[in-house]
Write a protein that binds this ligand. Structure first.
Ligand SMILES: Nc1nc2c(ncn2[C@@H]2O[C@H](COP(=O)(O)OP(=O)(O)OP(=O)(O)O)[C@@H](O)[C@H]2O)c(=O)[nH]1
Ligand SMILES: [Mg+2]
Length: 442
């Protein structure tokens, strides 16, 4: 497939030492050659060459650059690529890009270089998503996952499921013209049914591990809640090892949500300190309390802090109830004053290790999932879940003794869902959706 030549600035549009302008397409080398001081035809592919960029119409000197050409198909997009490393900042890059456009290149859409790599079959869709996830990764865990996805982990995980699905479909198709229809039904029940059930089990295991990993990828959303003055802000500060939130002996100190980010040994936490929960007539405090309660609903982990020297059990029970379908830890603070049975810490003395251990225990399965290959994002999980749903429908159809044709319809639908995890052969809108999230020049 021959596409037009695109150009983009691949580095951040900000002050910096170096900026890279990238061209891809059949005219990439010719366009670059028109701007460059040396004849690119005399220079080997994949070699960096020093020279200058000039405006071909005014002969104005634009910049001193290093240029590399990557001849098709040995390039990121499998098309001819030219990368011009010029000076950073906004001027050089945008001038060079402007010149390329004046010579016939088109300004690239976000992600369009990677999209071409997919279109030309250099990488699959899951690998392309890995590239984007790597660029946006905000934790070591997310980075490792992205690298694995880029290296083809998702394909290796999904391909056996695709193969088995094809085998099931083929098996039915081959036998469908069987002279004795009764035998086909029997064959399907005996052979396809157990295979389909096993397939669902394997898909479930992948979905389960993928969701567990997804939870900790960007940090577990953790809210610290409790009555006023129990030491929530002190706990946030102790976890962050920083005086982030204001701590005072006055009940009702924290009015709004205060956020922070920490990395425990295995798992990143996105922490949110909240306003203490009590009856209040103060308008500002009331809004803060409402936010505290709402933050429980969107959290993945709720830490309920109790001050055993002074507690209103009714409020604690209300919080425990609100967090009942969440991962939840109840912790007694101020152990330096009174030590209670159960999980006990002193935020004041930075004695919080028992709580950290408890968090890691609670997420042990998620942490373990980091070592197993999984799908890399919600889209992929969604597609496999959809495929699984079709398989379950097929199983129900077999068990109910439905027409064989109906079963192959479900199996084929499952195949479509599954292959769209890897394949670029999807509806244009989905393709555009995926690449829209990329950076310009990538
Ligand atoms: N003795 C002792 N005092 C503590 C401990 N943790 C916090 N405090 C004290 O308890 C008071 C309230 O602490 P904060 O961290 O502001 O409590 P909070 O739960 O954020 O309070 P609000 O923001 O008002 O809801 C402060 O005087 C802290 O120094 C602890 O472990 N031991
Ligand atoms: Mg506070």
């Amino acid at each position: 497939m021959i596409l037009d030549t695109i150009v983009g600035i691949s580095t951040a549009q900000a002050l910096g030492a170096i900026g890279i302008v990238r061209l891809s397409g059949s005219d990439a080398i010719e366009i670059a050659n028109t701007l460059f001081s040396k004849d690119l035809k005399t220079i080997d592919s994949h070699h960096v060459v020093y020279g200058n960029i000039y405006d071909p119409s005014t002969k104005e000197w634009i910049d001193e650059v290093m240029l590399t050409q990557f001849k098709a198909p040995r390039s990121y997009t499998k098309e001819d690529i030219v990368e011009i490393s010029c000076h950073g900042g906004l001027m050089s890059t945008s001038k060079i890009m402007g010149l390329c456009i004046s010579l016939g290149a088109r300004s690239a859409q976000p992600g369009e270089f990677t999209q071409r790599a997919v279109i030309h079959g250099r990488i699959d869709l899951a690998q392309a998503e890995g590239v984007n996830d790597l660029i946006h990764a905000s934790s070591t865990q997310a980075m490792t996952m992205a690298l694995k996805a880029m290296s083809g982990d998702v394909r290796r995980l999904i391909e056996p499921l695709i193969d088995d699905l094809i085998a099931m479909i083929a098996h039915i198709e081959v036998n469908i013209d069987y002279p004795e229809y009764e035998d086909v039904v029997q064959m399907t029940t005996q052979e396809i049914l157990p295979q389909a059930k096993d397939w669902v089990k394997r898909a479930d295991a992948i979905i389960d591990a993928s969701i567990k990993k997804e939870v900790i990828k960007e940090g577990v959303k953790t809210v610290i809640v409790g009555q006023p003055n129990v030491g929530k802000s002190s706990l946030l500060n102790a976890l962050l090892q920083e005086e982030k939130a204001i701590v005072t002996p006055i009940a009702g100190t924290t009015r709004d949500l205060v956020e922070g980010y920490i990395r425990l040994k295995h798992i990143p936490l996105h922490l949110i300190d909240t306003a203490g929960i009590r009856e209040s007539d103060d308008l500002v405090e009331k809004i803060g309390i409402e936010r505290s309660l709402e933050s429980i609903d969107s959290a993945e982990l709720v830490i309920i802090v109790i001050d055993p020297t002074n507690t209103n059990e009714e409020v604690d029970d209300q919080l425990i109830k609100r967090a009942s379908n969440k991962k939840c830890i109840v912790v007694y603070n101020k152990s330096d004053l009174i030590k209670r049975e159960g999980l006990s810490i002193s935020a004041l003395n930075q004695d919080i290790q028992p709580l950290i251990d408890q968090i890691e225990t609670l997420f042990a399965e998620n942490i373990a999932s980091l070592d197993t290959p999984t799908l890399a994002n919600q889209r992929q999980i969604g597609m496999l879940t959809q495929a699984k749903r079709y398989l379950i429908q097929a199983i129900e159809a077999i068990e109910a003794g439905f027409e064989i044709d109906l079963i192959t319809i479900d199996l084929s639908a499952a195949y479509e869902s599954l292959t769209s995890i890897l394949s670029a052969n999807v509806k244009p809108s989905l393709m555009d959706e995926i690449f829209k999230r990329f950076c310009l020049g990538k």
